[in-house]
Design a protein around this ligand. Structure first.
Ligand code: ZN
Length: 423
């Protein structure tokens, strides 16, 4: 169970735990979530791990470390753990690797290191909800594990009107016990997540592996452009206040400014009122999603975009308003743990380049960073495709990822013993 073939075959096995026979869809607190936990739990046990499901439906496997080799303060109670893993939930019509590859790689590494003494406990986690596909809130599993559960989430409903609280009970979990899932910082050495890149940069650089420098924190807005709805035939151009024409200029300005600054800006939804073929648009409501390597770059982009929008609306005699609906800080990966990942890449690909990338996509590591040091190993994926059934990885890349993740754990162990990590 320690080969790339084994890892790919297990990822394929997990396609069976789906809400639909013709596609992969595995949402939080569903029967297929329970089934995938059972299947992966069995592999964890085969790898010598003690298995349990926590109070939020996350699946954990653990083996003890050797406290005699630990650096720093000798803990009383169980020794702190280095956690490897990712998530087991998917978006609707998903590919086979987003999340699952990281969990299965972690199980395989645990098996490889089964008889190797480590200065910390080694844990593998399969987070229960990263995508947020069912309740509209991402990272529910890792927010519970990092003690960031918000009681305001309980009333969120899925598309069938089932509340999160009710779904907990149906799954056999006790909502009021969700706090039991929270891990304490003193019980953790770090969280190390392997994941497909979900972007084209490793492929473009002809590299199988990379490491993550920061994970972008997005800002999201609802933008409203208010003009004047008038007869499309009777209103000459000098009397028009076309909200859609102004909104279109703002969409293009967002793209241009983001490209110029190496950031990402996306208008993903747009509503035009009154929405008739013979009426000049009077009102446009649209979403905006901004991401960047750092919060400073992202916020600077927003400042420039507001200024550009101001110029557009002034010229067209319309008004512009923005409401912020979401803001998350970017997450920096811990230098000591990222150095261990780089050491792992060099071990797997001697003489190879360890390319550092910022991740525009969110990951469980963002939530875990609230309680412990985090780092990520990126694996090349075909054409940057993700959240789609065409998601694909190469077997030789998975073999290198397996070697790199194993070597990264050993490099982390060496740094931990030398006292470079602070549990
Ligand atoms: Zn993912």
């Amino acid at each position: 169970m320690t080969s790339a073939r084994w890892v790919l075959d297990r990822c394929a096995d997990l396609n069976a735990y789906s809400a639909r026979p013709d596609a992969l869809e595995r949402a939080y607190l569903t029967p297929e979530h329970a089934a995938v936990n059972t299947a992966v739990g069995a592999w964890m046990r085969d790898a010598g791990l003690d298995v349990e499901t926590d109070a939020a439906g996350n699946l954990w496997g653990r083996r003890p470390g050797d406290p005699d080799h630990a650096g720093g303060a000798a803990p009383t109670g169980p020794e702190p753990a280095l956690v490897l893993g990712s998530h087991l939930d998917t978006v609707p019509d998903a590919g086979s690797y987003d999340g699952m590859l990281g969990v299965v790689l972690a199980v395989a590494v645990a098996e490889r290191l089964r008889t190797t003494e480590l200065p910390f406990a080694l844990e593998v986690v399969g987070f229960s909800d990263e995508e947020g596909a069912r309740f509209g809130k991402a990272l529910l599993g890792s927010c519970a594990a990092s003690g960031q559960w918000d009681a305001a989430w309980w009333d969120q409903q899925d598309s069938d009107g089932v509340s999160l609280r009710e779904a907990f009970a149906r799954f056999g979990l006790v909502p009021d016990r969700v706090g039991d899932a929270a891990r304490r910082p003193e019980d953790l050495v770090g969280y190390l997540e392997a994941h497909i890149e979900q972007g084209p940069h490793l492929e473009a650089a002809d590299l199988p592996l990379g490491y993550v420098t920061t994970i972008a924190g997005a800002r999201r807005f609802v933008l409203t452009v208010t003009g004047e709805a008038r007869h499309a035939g009777g209103t000459p151009y000098d009397r028009r206040h076309d909200a859609l024409a102004a909104a279109s200029e703002i969409v293009l300005a967002a793209e241009r400014l983001a490209r110029e600054s190496g950031c990402l800006a996306t208008v993903g939804a747009l509503d035009v009122q009154p929405g008739a073929v013979n009426v000049i648009p009077g009102l446009v409501t649209m979403t905006l999603d901004l991401r960047a390597r750092t919060d400073e770059e992202r916020d600077a982009l927003w400042d420039r975009l507001q200024a550009a929008a101001g110029t557009v609306v002034e010229a067209r005699g319309v008004t512009f308003a923005a409401e912020e609906t979401h803001r998350a800080p970017s997450t920096a990966c811990a230098p000591w743990l990222s150095e261990a990942v780089v050491a792992g890449i060099w071990k797997a690909v001697p003489g190879g380049e360890a390319l550092g990338l910022w991740s525009p996509a969110g990951h469980d590591a963002m939530a875990m960073a609230a309680v412990t040091d985090v780092a990520m190993l990126f694996v090349r994926c075909h054409d940057g495709i993700s959240h789609h059934p065409a998601e694909a990885v190469r077997e030789d890349d998975v073999a290198l990822a397996l070697d790199a993740l194993e070597a990264a754990v050993l490099a982390a162990a060496a740094r931990y013993t030398q006292g470079e990590a602070t549990p």
